[in-house]
Design a protein around this ligand. Structure first.
Ligand SMILES: Nc1ncnc2c1ncn2[C@@H]1O[C@H](COP(=O)(O)OP(=O)(O)OP(=O)(O)O)[C@@H](O)[C@H]1O
Ligand SMILES: [Mg+2]
Length: 244
């Protein structure tokens, strides 16, 4: 249905991936490719398996079969604590900031896998430039921040890795529409700076506006895939996800 599917194999390549938490297979034969520099979205109803797919990429699924490679590295054989060192930052669903630590302490934890020689002050400066609100609140305990500000901390923590691939799982969940829009503007800035973005987003119209291409998941499988602008006008998407 589209002509934008990239050549398999170069940046992120997922081939016939199945994953399980111990019982039944929750993901079944999922195949997906992503080129470096893309802004890709994964959409689908609750329990479709979107977070499970992201967890499989990050080495967080206990049982997998199939193939996941990133820049030639076999991610299914890479322990979760090594994945960030390959240039993948995963901002999980639910933010998970350290509430008893300050904004800046939270951000610094994002750099823990980086080389001792990494320039942490430069990384912090870049994040404060992206999110000036975090700079204003850098000594404030993260638990006292608004939901939107906590999401900025979670994204900033991921960006401390200086990643090549930024994975965002439902970054707008529970946030006010104006904050959601602001977050997406920041995601575009991050993307424009050369970071590839893989976004799972419950707000389907926003996801298709932000992303260049999208995969639609249903019951642990990819239902269809295509150019985001084309999918936004597809009757199946409009009926199932946009209520039109
Ligand atoms: N820790 C877990 N243990 C067992 N089953 C799980 C676990 N986490 C998720 N599942 C199951 O795996 C399936 C896919 O869940 P997943 O969280 O990947 O969906 P999702 O598409 O991210 O949904 P949502 O939009 O609600 O975030 C669901 O049936 C869910 O119940
Ligand atoms: Mg999820």
């Amino acid at each position: 249905m589209n002509t934008t599917t990239p050549q398999a194999g170069t940046f992120l390549n997922i081939d016939n991936l199945s994953a399980s938490y111990g019982g039944a297979w929750v993901l079944q034969d999922v195949s997906l490719t992503m080129n470096e520099g893309e802004f890709l979205a994964i959409i689908g109803a609750n329990t479709a398996g979107k977070s499970t797919l992201l967890k499989a990429i990050s080495g967080l699924m206990p049982k997998t079969k199939g193939e996941v490679t990133f820049l030639g590295n076999d991610l299914l054989k890479t322990p979760a604590h090594i994945v960030p060192t390959l240039g993948i930052a995963h901002v999980p669903e639910g933010r998970h900031v350290f509430t008893e630590m300050t904004v800046e302490e939270n951000l610094r934890t994002g750099a823990f896998t980086r080389e001792k020689t990494a320039n942490i002050p430069d990384a912090l400066a870049r994040i404060y430039h992206l999110f000036p609100r975090l700079k204003e609140r850098r000594t404030q305990l993260a638990g006292t921040l608004s939901g939107g500000e906590q999401q900025m901390v979670a994204v900033g923590r991921g960006m401390m890795l200086d990643p090549r691939l930024l994975i965002l799982d439902e970054p707008s969940l529970g946030l006010a529409p104006i904050v959601v829009e602001e977050m997406h503007e920041r995601f575009h800035e991050i993307h424009k700076s050369g970071v590839s973005v893989l976004l799972v987003e419950q707000n389907v119209s926003l996801a298709l506006e932000s992303a260049e291409r999208a995969y639609v998941m249903s019951s642990g499988q990819i239902e269809f895939e295509g150019d985001a602008k084309v999918l936004a006008t597809d009757d199946r998407i409009r009926r199932a996800y946009l209520g039109i």
